[in-house]
Design a protein around this ligand. Structure first.
Ligand code: 9Z3
Length: 375
């Protein structure tokens, strides 16, 4: 998490890191002590109705895409908050490709972060008003902009007309965690048709509500020190309890490239999900690595790998995914890495986006996951 606190009038807090958090929150502790956002019930009902609709359509796959950064408010009447860099490009772009390939998309995104389709006309990069021309009393879009806009508008109108995308907003890390838990539980009945694409930049630290100042912190009181607690690792219950059959893809962001693969592997070992996509901050638009796990039977004593090449899970699901996941500890882990380099995948297409290739790779793996479940 990159912290950016409004620098004036409060002096910037020293970037100290307290190795032992005051209190360690398990996921259960977290949800028992931190209040849900005010509109959680309404949002849950809207999500449930939408997911139920698509669950009833045979063969329709549904993906939960999380997108954008999460804030940590310093005051209950929030003037300042910690934030991170994420604009929501990965999530918004990926959502478009999922829709194009026939998925229904539950788009859980940070308020004001980029949205599918409208992202092409962000106010800073490509202001919409600059595209418009006036002829008499009519407004138009001239070429070459019109030619670019047409397929985007068509795809947008199609998704709107068919209801294949539902957008739900969060702002704080607390909103995000509550919504993620609700959305995951709602999607669980989809079993293997549900995919989870967790691209939101999740804050690692938060301020429990009993330590959040009620009113604006006053600079007259001197320097500001913050002691934050670790956000509970919700990926564990998400994988093991909330949606044991879902196809789960998490993202690992690092600024030290050497940490990417080891941290991605550690996450797979710890949580037992299917795939971690690693990305380095500055190269994230051109280069990602898919890290997956294969399992070898320790007792077999040969090199036979149990399970398909990708995704690296059981060849037989007689024991079921949750049991399989619980079984991981008994087996020796072997990992595979697949790098995607945009310049190699689309050498002659300067406007190509890496998400197109990420989604194509994912769709193959998700289909294999579904097929193995049906055996
Ligand atoms: C990512 O790594 C996303 O790809 C980015 C996308 C945030 C880099 P942008 O929105 O950036 O396109 O500007 N997300 C990180 C997800 C995350 O926070 N993962 C946690 C971690 O790395 C745990 S699941 O520890």
């Amino acid at each position: 998490m990159t912290g950016s606190v409004d620098p004036a009038p409060v002096p910037a807090p020293a970037a100290t890191h307290t190795p032992t958090p005051q209190r360690e929150f398990t996921t259960d502790d977290y949800f028992q002590t931190q209040r849900p956002p005010a509109n959680l019930k309404e949002k849950t009902e809207v999500m449930r109705a939408w997911v139920d609709k698509w669950a009833g359509v045979e063969g329709k796959n549904v993906v939960l895409v999380t997108s954008g950064g999460t804030t940590v408010p310093l005051e209950a009447n929030t003037v300042r908050f910690l934030d991170n860099f994420s604009a929501g490009t990965r999530g918004a772009t990926s959502a478009e490709y999922f829709l194009e390939r026939g998925y229904a998309v539950l788009f859980l995104h940070r308020t004001h972060s980029l949205r599918p389709f409208s992202r092409h006309y962000s106010h800073s990069l490509n202001p919409f008003l600059d595209l418009l021309t006036i002829t008499g009393d009519s407004i138009g879009v001239a070429d070459p902009q019109a030619a670019k806009l047409l397929p985007i508008l068509r795809a947008y109108n199609k998704a709107q007309a068919e209801g294949t995308i539902l957008s739900v907003e969060f702002q704080t890390i607390n909103d995000y965690l509550w919504l993620l838990r609700a959305a995951t539980g709602i999607m669980a009945p989809l079993e293997r048709r549900g995919m989870f694409y967790l691209a939101a930049a999740v804050s690692d630290f938060f301020l429990p509500e009993d330590r959040v100042a009620e009113h604006k912190i006053q600079s007259t009181k001197g320097s500001l020190s913050l002691e934050m607690d670790q956000v509970p690792k919700v990926l564990r219950p998400l994988v093991q309890e909330w949606t044991p059959e879902g196809y789960i893809v998490s993202f690992k962001l690092e600024t030290d490239e050497d940490l990417l693969v080891p941290k991605a592997r550690a996450a797979l070992s710890r949580y037992g999900h299917q795939l971690v996509i690693g990305n380095e901050l500055h190269k994230r638009k051109h280069e990602v690595v898919f890290v997956e796990r294969k399992l070898r039977e320790k007792s077999v004593g040969d090199d036979r790998i149990r399970g398909a090449e990708t995704p690296p899970l059981a060849d037989s699901d007689a024991e079921g995914a949750p049991a399989f996941r619980r079984d991981i500890k008994k087996k020796k882990e072997v990992f595979s890495e697949t790098w995607l380099h945009l310049n190699q995948l689309a050498p002659n297409r300067p406007e190509a986006e890496i998400e197109e290739f990420i989604i194509d790779e994912l769709l193959k793996r998700h289909q294999e996951w579904i097929d193995r479940g049906a055996k």
